[in-house]
Write a protein that binds this ligand. Structure first.
Ligand code: NG6
Ligand code: CA
Length: 510
C-alpha cells in the first residue's frame, strides 16, 4: 500500500517535471492564419493609427516573435509549406492557384493535421483553402469534391475554395457546396465568360467596389464586386462578402464545441480570409478605422480573434490551448481594387510592413516576415518577446516531436523540431530560412545575413507600386544592422555571398 502511494507520488512529480512532453493532458491547438496581414499592421508591433486590442492581448499573454517567417511571399506556397512541412518550390504547380485547380498536397504524406490525428486529436479547417480541390479537371462543383481537406488530414472543413477575389464564390462544408440547388448547378471557367454572364468589364456600372483596370478582377460579378474568372449557376449558394467574417467565426466556434463534446483535444486551423482583397468589411466595421476599408478589415480580423478567444475562455479551455497567430505573407496596398488603401496609408504614414522593405510578392523582408504570436497560459510565460529566427515550416515537426508522433521512416521533410523555441523556452534560432518571392529566384537568410539570388524573372503581372526586390544582380544585406535592406553589400563581401549561395544550392538539391 505504502509502496503504491510512493509510486503514485513519484509518477505525479515526474509528470509535472516532464512538462512539455506530458501527454495525458494534451493542449488544444488553434492556428489563426490570417491573409496578407503585415508585420506593421498590428498595434503590438508598432502600428499607431490602427488598434488591434485582441491580438495585442495575445502578445501580452504570450510570446511575440520579431523574426518569424512564412516560407513564401504569396498565399498558396506558404499554406502548402505550413500544412505539408515541405517547401513549395520543390514541386511544380504550387504558385498562386486559380479557383478551379486540383489539390496540390499529396494525400499519401504526413501533414500537420495528420500529426494531430495520429495523436488522437479532432482536426478542422475553417476559412480560406487555396490549395486546390479534387483530382479531375474541370472540377465538378455539384457533388462532393475529393480529394480535399479530409484527405489532407482534416476531419471537418468549412472553407471557400481559393480566394475571395476568385470564383467559385461559394462556401463548402465537408467538401460540398453549401446551399446548392439541383436546378441551378455551378460551372466555373477561367478562360471565357458564360453566355449571358454580366462581367465587371462590360458592366462597371454594376460594381460597388471598382476593380483596378491594371489588375483584372473584372470577370464574374457577385455582390457588386468583380472577380477573377467566370461562373454560372449556384445563384443561391454565392456568399455575401460582408458576412464572411461572421460565418467563419460561427463555424470556428461550432467546431470547438463539437470537439469538446467528443472529449478529445482539437486542432483547428482557422484561416481567416481577412485582410485579403476584395476588402469588404462586415457592415458594422465599415468606416470604423482611419485607414479606409483596409483598416476596417484589420479591425474585423482582430474582432474575429476576440470572438474565438472569448469562446475558448467561456468553455474553460483557454488555459490549455496553444494559440498561434500569424499571416501567410506580407502586406499589400493596391491588390486589384480601387479601395483607397494606398491613399489612406500614405496620408497617415501607416507602414504595413513596419521597418521592413517590400511586401506581398517581394524578395525583400516584408514579403515573408510576418506577425507570429504564441500563447499557452498553462505552460508559457506572458509578455515575452523572441528575436529567434523561426519559420512556419517547422510547426509540423515541432508538434510531431511534442506529441511523440513519429514520421514514417524515410519520409522526406523540410520541417524541423523547434518546439522549445516556438514556445519561447529557448532563444535558439533556426539554422537558416529560405524565402520564396512570387516571381523570382529564392533568398536565403543565415546568421542575420540575407542573400537574394539574381533573377531574370518576368516583371510581376499587374503589380502596382510594389518594391519587388527582383534584380539581375545578386544582393546581400546585413539584416542586423540594416533591417530595411538599403545597402547591398554583395560586392563588398563576395566570400559571404558564395557561402550563402552554396548553402542554398545544397538545400535545393536535397
Ligand atoms: C494575384 C492577384 C491578386 C491576388 C493574388 C493572390 C492579379 C493581377 N492579382 O495574381 O489580386 O488575388 O494573386 O493573393 O490577378 S494570395 O494572397 O492568395 O497569394
Ligand atoms: Ca495571402
Amino acid at each position: 500500500m505504502m509502496q503504491k502511494k510512493w509510486i503514485l507520488t513519484a509518477m505525479l512529480a515526474w509528470s509535472m517535471l516532464a512538462g512539455f512532453s506530458q501527454t495525458n493532458n494534451r493542449p488544444n491547438v488553434l492556428i489563426i492564419y490570417t491573409d496578407d496581414v503585415g508585420y506593421g499592421d498590428l498595434s503590438c508591433n508598432g502600428a499607431k493609427v490602427i488598434a488591434t486590442p485582441n491580438i495585442d492581448q495575445l502578445a501580452q499573454n504570450g510570446i511575440n516573435f520579431s523574426n518569424a517567417h512564412a516560407t513564401a511571399s504569396t498565399c498558396t506556397p506558404s499554406r502548402y509549406s505550413l500544412l505539408s512541412g515541405r517547401y513549395a518550390w520543390r514541386k511544380k504547380g504550387t504558385n498562386i492557384l486559380p479557383g478551379d485547380a486540383n489539390l496540390i498536397i499529396p494525400t499519401d504524406i504526413t501533414t500537420l493535421p495528420k500529426v494531430f490525428q495520429r495523436a488522437g486529436y479532432i482536426t478542422g479547417v475553417v476559412g480560406k483553402w487555396h490549395l486546390g480541390l479534387g483530382n479531375q479537371s474541370p472540377v465538378d462543383w455539384n457533388k462532393e469534391v475529393a480529394p480535399g481537406p479530409r484527405e489532407v488530414g482534416f476531419d471537418y472543413s468549412f472553407i471557400f475554395p481559393a480566394t475571395a477575389d476568385r470564383v467559385p464564390t461559394i462556401f463548402m462544408e465537408n467538401q460540398k457546396a453549401l446551399g446548392l440547388e439541383e436546378k441551378d448547378p455551378i460551372a466555373v471557367d477561367y478562360q471565357k465568360a458564360f453566355p449571358g454572364e454580366r462581367t465587371g468589364k462590360e458592366h462597371p456600372e454594376l460594381l460597388k467596389q471598382p476593380s483596378d483596370p491594371r489588375q483584372g478582377h473584372d470577370g464574374h460579378i457577385v455582390n457588386g464586386i468583380g472577380r477573377i474568372g467566370f461562373m454560372q449557376g449556384g445563384t443561391r449558394s454565392e456568399w455575401t462578402d460582408e458576412e464572411l467574417g461572421y460565418v467563419f467565426n460561427n463555424k470556428a466556434v461550432d467546431f470547438i464545441d463539437q470537439s469538446l463534446k467528443h472529449k478529445k483535444p482539437f486542432f483547428l486551423y482557422y484561416a481567416i480570409h481577412n485582410i485579403h482583397v476584395p476588402r469588404m468589411p462586415g457592415t458594422e466595421f465599415k468606416g470604423k478605422s482611419k485607414l479606409g476599408y483596409r483598416g476596417d478589415v484589420i479591425l474585423e480580423m482582430d474582432h474575429s480573434v476576440g470572438v474565438v478567444m472569448a469562446a475558448l475562455k467561456e468553455r474553460g479551455v483557454l488555459k490549455n490551448t496553444i494559440v498561434i497567430f500569424s499571416s501567410d505573407n506580407g502586406p499589400v496596398l493596391n491588390d486589384g481594387y480601387m479601395d483607397q488603401s494606398a491613399e489612406t496609408a500614405t496620408a497617415l504614414n501607416h507602414k504595413p510592413g513596419g521597418v521592413y522593405r517590400g511586401g506581398k510578392y517581394s524578395a525583400f523582408e516584408a514579403g515573408t516576415r510576418v506577425p507570429f504570436i504564441v500563447q499557452w497560459p498553462a505552460k508559457i510565460a506572458a509578455g515575452k518577446r523572441s528575436d529567434a529566427l523561426v519559420s512556419q515550416i517547422d510547426l509540423m515537426a515541432s508538434f510531431a516531436a511534442f506529441l511523440q508522433v513519429k514520421l514514417p521512416g524515410g519520409e522526406f521533410t523540410d520541417s524541423r523540431n523547434y518546439f522549445s523555441t516556438l514556445m519561447g523556452q529557448s532563444m535558439k534560432s533556426r539554422d537558416f530560412i529560405v524565402e520564396q518571392p512570387a516571381n523570382s529566384a529564392l533568398c536565403i537568410v543565415k546568421d542575420g545575413w540575407k542573400y537574394l539570388s539574381p533573377s531574370k524573372g518576368p516583371a510581376l503581372m499587374g503589380a502596382v507600386n510594389i518594391e519587388t526586390g527582383y534584380s539581375p544582380e545578386g544582393q546581400l544585406y546585413d539584416l542586423k544592422k540594416d533591417p530595411g535592406e538599403q545597402a547591398n553589400l554583395a560586392a563588398k563581401y563576395p566570400q559571404r555571398v558564395q557561402e550563402l549561395k552554396t548553402l542554398l544550392e545544397k538545400i535545393m538539391a536535397e
